[in-house]
Each structure stands twice: as C-alpha cells, then as structure tokens.
Design a protein around this ligand. Structure first.
Ligand SMILES: Cc1cc2nc3c(=O)[nH]c(=O)nc-3n(C[C@H](O)[C@H](O)[C@H](O)COP(=O)(O)OP(=O)(O)OC[C@H]3O[C@@H](n4cnc5c(N)ncnc54)[C@H](O)[C@@H]3O)c2cc1C
Length: 371
C-alpha cells in the first residue's frame, strides 16, 4: 500500500488526509503539537469569497469556486463524523459609515456586477431591515448573499473524528525537522520521534511550512501574520448575517454563531511567531464592532485568542509539486484557508492520485518565486 505522510494537522492537512483515504493509501498525519489547534482553530470561519476583495483579482475566482463546493464538503465530513459543523450560507453585509467608504463600496458593487457576481448595494434603511441591530450611522452597504460561514472549531473536531474513524493515523507531538531525500526523490521525514518513511509527503504545516529543511525548495518562504480575536456572549440572536466591516484592510468583522456567541476580528500583525493578545489589538476590534452594532457594548467578553495566518510575499497560496519528486506543498492560504479547503483537497487529490495538475492551481506553483 502506498505510504503518504501529511505534515501538519490543520484544516488543510486533515481535509486532504480524509479524502485521500478513499484511494486506500496508508496515511499518517504528523503534528508538532496537538491536532487542529493552530490557525484553523483560531480562525473566524468566514466564507468571504466576495466580501474579502476590494478589487478584482483572479484569485477571487478560486475563492468563489471553493465556496461553491462547501455544502458538499461539510456534508461529507458531517456524515463521516456524526458532528454538525454549522455551515451556513447566511450572506454577508459590508457597511459604510463614511462617504468615502460608501464611494469605495459603490465602486466595488460595479466591478463585482461586471464580473457577473451576485451582489446588491443597499441604503442604510434597507440594511437595518435585514439586521435591525445595525447602527443608525450606517449610510449604505453591500449584501453578498452567497458568502457565509462555518463553525471552524466544530469543523476541526469533525475532521479529527472522521479521520480516526476511517483509520488514518494522527500522530501528535511529532515535529518534522527535515525531509529525507535520495536521488532527488522524497523518502521520508526526520522528526523528534524518529524517522518516518513514505512514498509521498504533503507539507500542510501552515505558517511553519518553510521551516522544514530550510532552503531546500528554492525561494519558498511562508510567514506568520498574527491575528487577534475576541468573542461576546449574547442572550438572544443579535445578527443573522456576517458583518464584514473592513475596507482596504481597515476595520473588522462580526460573525454570529448558532449559540449566540459573536466572534469579532481581527488584527493583521507581522511580528514573527509570537502569540500575544494585547489591549491595543482587542480594543481596536471592539471599537469597530461597537460602531457597527452599538448594543455589543452591553455584552460580556467571553474569550480572547490569536493565531498565525500563513502568508507568502505575493499573498497567494502555494499548492503543487516541488523540485523534489513526490514532495507536494499545500500551504499559505493566508486569510482564506478555511474557505479554500475544498478546492485545495480537490487539487491535491488529483495530483497524488492521477498526477494531474488541475487548471485552478496553475498560478500557485512554488516555482513562481524563482522568476
Ligand atoms: C485570526 C484569524 C482569523 C482567520 N479567519 C479566517 C476566516 O474567517 N476564514 C478563512 O477562510 N480563513 C481564516 N483564517 C485563515 C485560516 O485560519 C488559515 O488560512 C488556515 O487555518 C490555514 O490552515 P492550515 O491547515 O494550513 O494551517 P494550521 O491550521 O495552522 O495547521 C498547520 C499545522 O501544522 C502543524 N505544524 C507546523 N509545523 C510542523 C512541523 N514541522 N511538524 C509537524 N507539524 C507541524 C501546526 O502545529 C499546525 O497544527 C484566519 C486565520 C486567523 C489567524
């Protein structure tokens, strides 16, 4: 049986291992800490394929395609695990508080329409009819009804359970240090727990991806971008839709979960691997949230946390083969790794099973950094 090692048990590693098992491989997922506890746990779980974008770029099509695969993806994992992951195509609102923001969003509406995407531009009163808790100060905003959310913590729990049920081995406290390569072909990995041999290795280790055998893949570098979050507990349903109140990287978002928790995010900090929740970070997130939904001021904070988004310099994912035979990368999903899991799985499965490079990932090869 073909042996596959997946490095890193985040959403990307565990989704790939879950689907690859259908091909009857012997799969081990090696995790340096506890499974499913880094970015994929820290995330807000938004599926913001349209709301995330201030300008059109080709990468947006990739995000929209993955969004269209999400319902099916969740159904597969729910039925294998027996755990509900709270996927909701609930829609997103993107409000403007100033005339400048309004101008930006009107323009956003125009180019999204031109691309053929479903989107509405609504006056403040219409937005408040949809979400009555929104501030009277909101002038207008965008409504993208196909964006949504998933409860990423439940999804990770479900992926872990599903993987175990189908017989994949998840090995914790197993830190991969180096690849073992002979004749330019991958043979295995060296870890703090000894050597593991494999026919194929898939590196899905998120923000840490380029720290294994550093330099062996030319110009491959993934950096951690720290993000802080905070959650509030309401005793009633405050919002139905996700509110994406960020324009050109300024502002934040509000994600209402089914249990009435509201997840508020987030900061973008380039400060290495230092996990740190600060008063400054949390206060800036709360200020945006209070401006958009004043009633949030009366709600109790229940948790503050942070995590590392995996980013390359060009802010695009790295998915595909490398200069070393049978070493595959599936990483650097930045702000959208939860959203991009289904399409990444599809692409990697095609590579591993059929040696087929699907057209969707042609721009995401690591060789682009050598140009
Ligand atoms: C604050 C915040 C908010 C976010 N919000 C959203 C959102 O709303 N929507 C969205 O789509 N995305 C969001 N993201 C981004 C998303 O969470 C990430 O892109 C995604 O989780 C990346 O998944 P991953 O599996 O690649 O990485 P991770 O979940 O980080 O998993 C990588 C795993 O690899 C392990 N590992 C690392 N090095 C090694 C090694 N040498 N050996 C063994 N194991 C190793 C790590 O311990 C980790 O468990 C957010 C991220 C953050 C931080």
């Amino acid at each position: 049986m073909k042996k596959i090692i997946i490095i890193g048990a985040g959403i990307i590693g565990l989704s790939i291992s879950f689907y690859l098992k259908k091909n009857n491989f012997d799969i081990r997922v090696l995790e340096k800490g506890k499974v499913g506890m880094e970015a994929s746990y820290a995330s807000a779980g938004m599926l913001a394929a349209q709301s995330e974008f201030d300008f059109y770029e080709k990468f947006m099509d990739f995000c929209i395609k993955s969004r269209s695969m999400y319902a099916e993806f969740c159904k597969d994992i729910e039925s294998a695990s027996g755990i509900a992951v709270e996927f909701q195509k609930c829609g997103m609102l993107r409000p403007a508080l100033t005339e400048e923001q309004e101008k930006h969003l009107k323009n956003n509406y125009k180019w999204q329409k031109k691309q053929g995407f479903e989107i509405e531009f609504l006056p403040g009163d219409e937005l408040r009819k949809i979400e009555p808790e929104l501030s009277e100060n909101i002038l207008s905003g965008l409504y993208t009804k196909n964006d949504g959310q998933v409860n990423n913590r439940k999804l990770m729990e479900a992926l872990i359970t599903a993987n175990k049920k189908i017989g994949n081995k998840l090995i914790e406290n197993c830190n991969v240090k180096n690849y073992i390569i002979k004749n330019n072909k991958i043979r295995g990995v060296e870890t703090n727990n000894g050597i593991f041999n494999a026919d194929t290795i898939i590196n899905t280790s998120g923000a840490w991806s380029s720290l294994i055998s550093p330099g062996i893949i030319p110009n491959f570098e993934v950096k951690p971008i720290h993000g802080q979050l905070v959650s509030l507990q309401a005793n009633k349903k405050m919002l139905d839709k996700v509110i994406f109140a960020s324009i050109l990287g300024k502002g934040g978002y509000m994600v209402p979960r089914k249990d009435n928790t509201i997840i508020l995010g987030s900061t973008m900090e380039d400060m290495g691997f230092e996990k740190k929740v600060t008063d400054e970070g949390i206060n800036s997130i709360l200020k945006t949230a209070y401006d958009i939904v004043p009633e949030f001021k009366n709600m109790k904070i229940i948790e503050k946390w942070s995590g590392f988004r995996p980013f390359t310099d060009d802010k695009l994912p790295v998915i595909g083969k490398t200069n070393i035979k049978n070493l595959i990368l599936a990483t650097a999903h930045g702000r959208n790794g939860i959203l991009l899991a289904p399409i990444t799985v599809k692409a990697v499965t095609e590579l591993v099973v059929n040696d087929n490079l699907v057209s969707e990932i042609k721009d995401f090869g690591v060789e682009r950094f050598n140009k």
